[in-house]
Every structure is written in structure tokens, then in C-alpha cells.
Write a protein that binds this ligand. Structure first.
Ligand code: SF4
Length: 331
């Protein structure tokens, strides 16, 4: 079966003066139409680099060093710049944390939307404006005619993010990559944006990759999760399974640090230490300096992903026997 997106053994490196650093180390995942995948981890885990690699927007000195990225059955990691432009911002759209990264502050919303349509379709200005209005309605912007004549600064953060989503929809994308799309917004606004993205996946038959540090948001929105640590996927599977029975100590730590997800009665804890810098990724299991289960084996050998929970979940840890069946959310 051909998936909407297939990422296979992707490797991203940064070419630096003193040598190459591996930022993404052999990760694989796939996504289908209408499906929502969460890529989760702390800052520096490699989540955003993964998103940029998919649309080949890695800024120098980053480059794809290995692996394959297939989108709608076509290998896209080695396409020419022109062929990629056709896909990027056309069939694949990216939404960022700060809407002002996408919006031009000195142009009206209408001008920006019409220009986007004209760049991608052979239509006249009136038709482009009508399409802009249609997409603004789709993201529940009140008084859309009035909004077309306004500038970004005349709107709230939540409204601006809806406009960005409407712009992303102008080209009828099959895949949206949303990088921390609600992190800069109030909690009440966040829920509305996530609901909107979920609804659009269904009605527009799009796939969604939600990149975030917030496991709570991911647990509400996505069907599957990939948890990243130091450039690798260390646990992946169905969201409901992973949230209920995390098997990797890092995922357990992430859940324990969330008031909404940890089990009643358990202590709220932070994972000790910090995500390692790319220049100093520990040998063996990269998580070992922070892990409450680490042994000498963990320091010596890197664990690979293995299937657990009847193949519904995959985790990379030497001590999975200890995280099975027992509730380490209370460790
Ligand atoms: Fe912890 Fe060892 Fe598992 Fe790594 S391999 S997560 S250090 S128990």
C-alpha cells in the first residue's frame, strides 16, 4: 500500500568546519490521508529538523545525508529545486509557531492571499479573491470580507494563526506540517486551533504532522505518536497505547511531568538533566545520563526499536522487561 508520506531511514547532517554532526539519525515513519501523527520531544530532539527535511527547507549547513522521503508515491528528497517548489507550499504546507513568520506585516491579508493563489493557479484576481474568502470561511474567520482588507497587526494571535491556516489551504494541500502551531497562543485559543486542524484533516482529506513538545496536545489530537530523543525515534505507536502504557523511560518521564496525563496519586516530576547537545551525544543509549533505569549495558550499546504490545508500539530500550506490565508512572 502506498502511504501519503513515507520517510525511510532518514539521516540529516550539519556540515561544520570541524566535521559533520548527525542531527537526525535513521528515522522512519509513514502517514496516510486524514491521519494525524504527533512528533514529540523536548527542544533539540530533532522534531523541527525532521519537518524541514520533509519539505527540503533545511537551511545550510544542514543536508539530507541518507534515506528516502516518498510523497504521494514519488521520491522527493532528491528532486530538483524547481520540482520541489511545485510540491512545497502546494501539496505540502507548513505552519509555524509564530504566524508572523508566514504573514507579511506590510500587506493586507487579501493581497497576501490573492498573490498566493495567483502564484499557484491560472485564475483571475476576482476568482482568487473568491477562493480566499472561501478558505477564510472554512477556518471560521468572522466577517471575512472585512478581514481581507486588514493588516496582520489588526488581528489577535489566534486570528492570525487561522489566517495562516487559510493561506495553507489555498493550494489544497494533501499534507500539513504544523510546527508548534499553538505554543504562542492562550490555552483557550489553542484548543480551537487544534479542533480546526482536526476537522480540516477530515473534510479536506489531508494528513497532519503535528510537531510539538506538548504531549498533552498530541494525546488529544493524533492517532499515532513518534517520540524523539537526540535525533532518533525512541518510541512510536498508537497514541492511546503510548499514553496509557509508555514503555520507554523517556516517554514515561514526559508523561510524569504533565499534570493532565500522569496517573492520579503519582508525583509530578521533571526529567532530570537536559537534552544533549548534538556535539556531545552520549554513547550507547543517548538517554542514559538522565535515565532512572540505566545500567552499564545502556552506556555501552545503543538500543534499537523493537515491537512491544503485540506490535502496536515500538520502543528502543534495553530494559523493556522492566517497563512491561508494571506501572512505572509511579516509580
Ligand atoms: Fe534507560 Fe537503558 Fe532504556 Fe536507555 S536503554 S532508556 S538508559 S534503561
Amino acid at each position: 500500500m502506498t502511504h501519503l508520506l513515507e520517510v525511510e531511514n532518514l539521516e540529516v547532517r550539519f556540515a561544520l568546519r570541524f566535521g559533520d554532526l548527525t542531527a537526525i539519525d535513521d528515522i522512519s515513519f509513514h502517514l496516510d490521508k486524514k491521519e494525524k501523527l504527533g512528533i514529540v520531544g523536548e527542544s533539540g530532539a530533532g522534531k523541527s529538523v525532521t519537518g524541514f527535511a520533509i519539505i527540503n527547507l533545511l537551511s545550510k549547513p544542514g543536508y539530507i545525508a541518507g534515506g528516502r522521503i516518498r510523497f504521494e508515491g514519488r521520491e522527493i528528497s532528491r528532486l530538483s529545486a524547481e520540482a520541489l517548489r511545485q510540491i512545497r507550499g502546494n501539496r505540502i504546507s507548513m505552519i509555524f509557531q509564530d504566524p508572523m513568520m508566514t504573514l507579511n506585516p506590510v500587506l493586507t491579508i487579501g493581497t497576501q492571499m490573492v498573490e498566493t493563489v495567483l502564484a499557484h493557479r491560472r485564475v483571475g484576481k476576482a476568482e482568487a479573491r473568491a477562493l480566499a474568502l472561501e478558505k477564510l470561511r472554512k477556518v471560521y474567520i468572522p466577517s471575512p470580507e472585512k478581514r481581507l482588507d486588514q493588516y496582520p497587526h489588526e488581528m489577535s494571535g489566534g486570528m492570525r494563526q487561522r489566517i495562516v491556516i487559510a493561506i495553507a489551504l489555498l493550494t489544497d494541500p494533501a499534507l500539513i506540517i504544523a510546527d508548534e502551531p499553538t505554543t504562542a497562543l492562550d490555552v483557550t485559543i489553542q484548543a480551537g486551533i487544534m479542533e480546526l486542524l482536526t476537522e480540516l484533516c477530515e473534510t479536506e482529506e489531508m494528513g497532519l504532522i503535528l510537531i510539538t513538545h506538548d504531549l498533552a496536545v498530541v494525546s488529544q489530537v493524533t492517532e499515532r505518536i513518534a517520540v524523539m530523543y537526540a535525533g532518533r525515534i525512541i518510541e512510536t505507536g498508537y497514541t492511546a497505547d503510548i499514553v496509557a502504557h509508555p514503555r520507554h523511560p523517556y516517554t514515561i518521564g514526559l508523561i510524569n511531568s504533565l499534570p493532565g496525563l500522569r496517573q492520579a496519586g503519582s508525583r509530578l516530576e521533571q526529567i532530570p538533566g537536559m537534552m544533549p547537545n548534538l556535539t556531545a551525544i552520549p554513547a550507547g543509549c543517548a538517554f542514559h545520563p538522565r535515565c532512572f533505569l540505566a545500567t552499564p549495558e545502556c552506556r555501552a550499546a545503543r538500543p534499537e526499536l523493537v515491537a512491544v504490545n503485540g506490535g502496536r508500539q515500538w520502543a528502543a530500550c534495553h530494559r523493556l522487561e522492566l517497563t512491561a506490565g508494571r506501572n512505572l508512572l509511579h516509580h
